[in-house]
Design a protein around this ligand. Structure first.
Ligand code: ADP
Ligand code: ZN
Length: 732
């Protein structure tokens, strides 16, 4: 960059917009110094408030009115792969859709870079021809250290030769040392698409061929792959992954709970001969850096990850698979509130590749998209190798209740005993952690509540604590009622998984038991160990929370007892029925996946409820159709759009004031409706007072412009905040 003005001491007005990883409204302009030529996507260092920050050169000019001479200059362009166009558009898209500051979205893509990945590894070696210069003792030590060994990093060399960095710098300038960039190791072996896979059934072949075609088309498409549990959906979409590998492009597979999905990675390894790159937020930071770098350089052909893997810098993404697409775990609730299932579709569109949504129990949203012709539909109708679907029966708890103080009814106990007697495995499912959801004083009726949240404290007996599942507040189990001070009067009400385990120990004393809950299965290793113990038949009885519903394949498991099938229906939320059917169907799907037939028993007080009937008859399609009808009438999603506006504040008064102001300023118009304000069901969460409003609009109305105008019209005082959740799935 030369300009005649520079020689006159004037500053040319050459500027670039730089997006910083903070919740600013947009990028800031920076001056481009003559020796740099930053391009959109370049990762740069820029000054910000007397510090240097990492940012990304953005596309649209910031429209900053700051005069050129006041602009700060770009300090450096970092030696790291730039953020490509499709990722930048992805960031803009999410920001616009979720009403999040673009920098906050971009931060998710940049987090690893800013953790220091940018420093290239430099190694020193002796120059081949040593110049004739005098060697000081330190310099001699450096050369001696290098005489014996391979090239060394500065850190190693400083240690071995006991010198300072200045010595290394001086020696490099004097041409005694030569630096070389360490070639980036390829940490992931390339998966072999031609590694022998299983022989597919004719129907599986047909579906696999359709998926391969969509990969070969190198164009955006969305396909729902739906099929009963155990029908081979995973085997089939791995064929699409193979096609993607053959085409030399990268594939991304999103799983809702990847940290616990050891079986999936083992399966991948059987199909492709090597392990995939894994991505989730619990990885050690070093592994994250290596993986990020490998993805950026195209050296990680397949990544399986949690929702954050959407922000990895794939240079040439050729396929995105979302397995268990119906899972609520794909929704991120903190920070940028987004649904990774939906954003995966956007990511695929922006990179011109197919998206495949996979589920045995697809969400109503996805089904509606299929019906409207927006998504293609592929279906596997039978379990692999002739395994039958499990038989489902209901236990009417009104007619055959459990014994007093117990939770397992006689028919369930009998069925489980018979299973165990045959040498098969049984599972008890209850989606509730801890010992009891409520602790009550028998003397005065006092209930143990969290001081920070609208929630009961949950007894965790093994830990000797009462725990809030929302904020983590804990207290030791008190010896007396804190209210009336009567000793030993606190009593647990209702069952949690620990209590069922206690009961199971009495009812099935000889069964080898394993508890699968987030409190006992702490991470990938524990999950893998548990899965192996079950596969190796070292366990007879599995007792689990929703953790056991995830795609596990346990061939010897033939009985599943659901302790409380009604549990998810209690709140009466919009998706309560849909979610309960999905969860229970998935749990049921664990039974009878191999030769021996499976049996599932649901304990319920409401056997006539449509959810129980749908499960009993195994007719999810009919259930979803009637669920769709009921939503269509009221224009609820997916036949209308929702956005939640959540007010939170330090005081109830401020929360009420802001909520009331929002209520007064509520948008009006054809097809627009605002519900609330009302106290949130969690009116107090982590010590913050919360109020909710719900914007509901017709499907053909976009919520974002309405929200922007609405929220922009209300002033929020310090200590208060307004969060937006577009397409909410939780209404707490
Ligand atoms: P889904 O994902 O639909 O629940 P999976 O892909 O997990 O079904 O298949 C269930 C089990 O059947 C797995 O152990 C899988 O390896 C096996 N399987 C599926 N299809 C085949 C096949 N064609 N040949 C051999 N095994 C298969
Ligand atoms: Zn709490």
């Amino acid at each position: 960059m030369t300009s005649p003005q520079t020689s006159l001491g004037l500053i040319p007005d050459h500027r670039v917009p730089v997006l910083l990883p903070y919740p600013f409204a947009g990028p800031f302009d920076y001056r481009v110094p003559p020796d740099l030529d930053p391009q959109p996507g370049d990762i740069v260092l820029v000054p910000l408030n007397r510090r240097e920050e990492i940012g990304v050169v953005w596309d649209a000019p910031a429209g900053d009115p700051v005069p050129a001479h006041k602009l700060k200059a770009v300090a450096a362009i970092l030696d790291t792969p730039p953020m490509n166009e499709s990722m930048r558009r992805f960031v803009d898209w999410i920001a616009a859709y979720t009403l999040s500051p673009p920098g906050e979205v971009m931060a998710m893509a940049l987090r690893v870079v800013s953790a220091g990945i940018t420093r290239p590894i430099v190694r020193y070696r002796r120059a081949d021809q040593l110049p004739a210069v005098r060697l000081t003792p330190p310099r001699q030590r450096v050369l001696d250290a290098l005489a014996r060994q391979e090239p060394q990093t500065a850190t190693d060399l400083l240690k071995h030769a006991q010198v300072s960095t200045a010595v290394l710098r001086g020696m490099t300038e004097a041409a005694l040392l030569v630096t070389e960039r360490a070639a980036p190791a390829a940490p992931f072996q390339p998966p072999d698409p031609d590694y022998p896979g299983p022989a597919l059934s004719p129907q599986q072949q047909e579906v696999a061929a359709a998926l391969r075609d969509s990969v070969a088309a190198r164009a955006w498409s969305v396909t729902l792959l739906d099929g009963v549990t155990g029908s081979g959906k995973t085997e089939v979409y791995l064929e699409a992954v193979a096609a993607c590998l053959r085409a030399g492009r990268q594939a991304l597979v999103l799983l809702p709970e990847i940290a616990l999905s050891s079986q999936w990675t083992e399966r991948f390894q059987r199909r492709f001969g090597v392990a995939p790159a894994v991505w989730h937020s619990d990885l050690p930071s070093r592994t994250r850096k290596i993986t990020w770098q490998a993805v950026a350089q195209g050296n990680a052909p397949v990544v399986v990850g949690a929702r954050s893997a959407l922000f990895l810098p794939f240079p040439d993404l050729g396929l995105v698979v979302v397995d268990e697409e119906h899972e609520a775990a794909f929704k991120q609730q903190d920070g940028v509130v987004y649904n990774a299932r939906d954003m995966a579709v956007v990511r695929a569109r922006l990179s011109g590749s197919p998206a495949v949504l996979v589920s045995a129990t697809p969400s109503l949203e996805t089904v509606a998209n299929v019906e409207a012709g927006r998504y293609a539909h592929l279906r596997l109708t039978a379990r692999h190798a002739g395994a039958s679907m499990p038989k489902i029966t209901l236990v009417d708890l009104r007619e055959t209740p459990p014994d007093r103080g117990r939770f397992l009814a006689p028919p369930l106990i009998r069925a489980a005993q018979e299973t165990l007697a045959r040498g098969e495995q049984a599972m008890l499912f209850l989606n509730r952690r801890g010992y009891a959801p409520l602790t009550l004083c028998r003397a005065c009726g006092h209930r143990m509540q969290c001081p920070n949240c609208t929630a009961w404290l949950v007894e965790h007996r093994t830990r000797g604590e009462l725990l809030c599942h929302h904020c983590g507040h804990t207290i030791p189990i008190p010896p007396e009622c804190p209210q009336c001070k009567v000793k030993d009067s606190l009593t647990p009400v209702g069952p949690g998984i620990e209590r069922i385990t206690e009961e199971a120990a009495q009812v099935f004393p000889d069964a080898r038991r394993l508890i699968m809950a987030s409190d006992t299965i702490a991470g990938p290793h524990a999950a893998a160990a548990a899965a192996h113990a079950i596969e190796a038949r070292e366990v007879d009885l599995i007792i689990g929370t929703q953790l056991v519903a995830k795609g596990w394949h346990f061939p010897h498991l033939t009985f599943v007892g659901v302790v409380d099938a009604d549990l998810g229906l209690a709140g009466g939320e919009l998706r309560a029925s849909e979610r309960t059917v999905q969860l229970l169907h998935q749990v049921a799907g664990r039974a009878g996946r191999a030769e021996a037939p499976g049996h599932v028993m649901l304990q319920t007080f409401i056997p006539d409820h449509p959810v129980m009937q749908a499960l009993l008859q195994g007719d999810l399609d009919a259930f979803m159709a009637s669920e769709a009808e009921s939503r269509r009438d009221g224009e609820w999603p997916p036949y209308g759009r929702l956005a939640a506006v959540i007010v939170s504040a330090d005081t109830a008064l401020m929360a009420d004031t802001v909520a009331r102001d929002l209520g007064w300023a509520a948008p009006r118009g054809d097809g627009i409706m605002v519900l609330g304000p009302a106290p949130a069901p969690m009116a107090l969460l982590r010590g913050r007072h919360r109020r909710r409003l719900l914007l509901k609009v017709r499907r053909d109305v976009a919520v974002q412009p309405i929200l922007r105008a609405w929220l922009g019209s209300v002033k929020v005082p310090g200590g208060g905040r307004v969060d937006v959740d577009v397409d909410p799935i939780s209404f707490l």
